[in-house]
Design a protein around this ligand. Structure first.
Ligand code: SF4
Length: 286
């Protein structure tokens, strides 16, 4: 019931716009919980760094990376820190990866839900390795949201069968996104040169204000578009998440980008992401 309501809110653009524009709830909530007006509402953790596909809108299609798994002790350190700060946003167990390929995914979900009961755990999958049994197992482990991307503007019969077999409670936590081949999205900080660069140099970007992104090696990178970990503010192996978040250079980068100055590093200078602050800030609400 609650998740149904949340999903309706997430998909209502008008309602999102209203909430962001007229509701200071986000700031008050952050001040109350974290003693800061701006605080990330999503943490993205790259537990593995490989995928089954090479989609044209993803840098995986152009860059080779050595296959890696996150060190389990590093994952637990991250979750333990989130637990200590009573984190209540989204924990995304993916970045540039297909999370269902991670043999430890069930364990990661259970650990996150056990240590961070106020947080919501989410994965995005391309659906390739998905089976009904696996999906049910993850939902039983405590997965709060599973977004299944489907390509070529259609749902495959296999995925449709899985969706049809879910009961209403399971179905409320599983979402579908139909992707069209012409939707290339943004150029990932200039890494995808076949995507047209439009002038975004003075467009505000709130991505780094609402997300904290950790790559498979533990680097805290500027944003989810930083595929090659070019702009790094610290490493959670040997630093605390809060200490990294509060570093002056990280703070200055967030401020500059929120004010519409992307001329601060090569990644942002070349990025053509037109960020919709409403959907990002809505994450803070739920
Ligand atoms: S401008 Fe682009 S690369 Fe820079 S933080 Fe925003 S989304 Fe990321």
């Amino acid at each position: 019931m609650f998740m149904n309501l949340v999903n309706r809110v997430r998909h209502s653009w008008k309602l999102q716009h209203f909430l962001v524009k007229y509701c200071s709830y986000y700031h008050l909530r952050n001040l109350y919980h974290y003693r800061q007006r701006y605080f990330f509402s999503t943490i993205e953790i790259e537990t593995i760094n490989y995928c089954t596909r090479r989609c044209p809108w993803c840098p995986m299609s152009q860059y080779e990376r050595e296959k890696k798994h996150m060190d389990p002790s590093l994952y637990r350190k991250i979750i333990d820190e989130l637990s200590a700060m009573r984190f209540r946003g989204w924990i995304d167990l993916f970045l540039y990866s297909e999370p269902l390929l991670d043999p430890n995914l069930s364990e990661w979900i259970r650990y996150a839900k056990q240590r961070c009961p106020h947080a919501l755990v989410r994965i995005d999958t391309n659906g390739d390795p998905l089976t009904l049994e696996k999906l049910r197992e993850l939902l039983t482990d405590g997965l709060d949201s599973c977004l299944i991307n489907q390509y070529g503007a259609k749902v495959t019969p296999r995925v449709q069968q899985i969706l049809d077999a879910l009961n209403p409670s399971e179905r409320s936590r599983v979402h579908l996104k139909i992707r069209h081949d012409h939707e290339l999205g943004n150029n990932r900080g200039g890494l995808l040169d076949h995507i047209e660069k439009v002038d975004t140099l003075s467009l505000p970007c709130v991505n780094p204000q609402v997300q904290f992104v950790i790559d498979v090696d533990g680097n805290a990178v500027l944003c989810c578009d930083d595929f090659l970990s070019q702009v790094v503010f610290g490493n959670v192996r040997n630093e605390r998440i809060l200490d990294i978040w509060n570093k002056p250079d990280y703070h200055c980068a967030r401020q500059a980008l929120a004010r519409g100055n992307r001329n601060i590093n090569d990644l942002c200078r070349k990025c053509n992401g037109r960020i919709d602050p409403t959907s990002r800030f809505l994450n803070a609400l739920i």
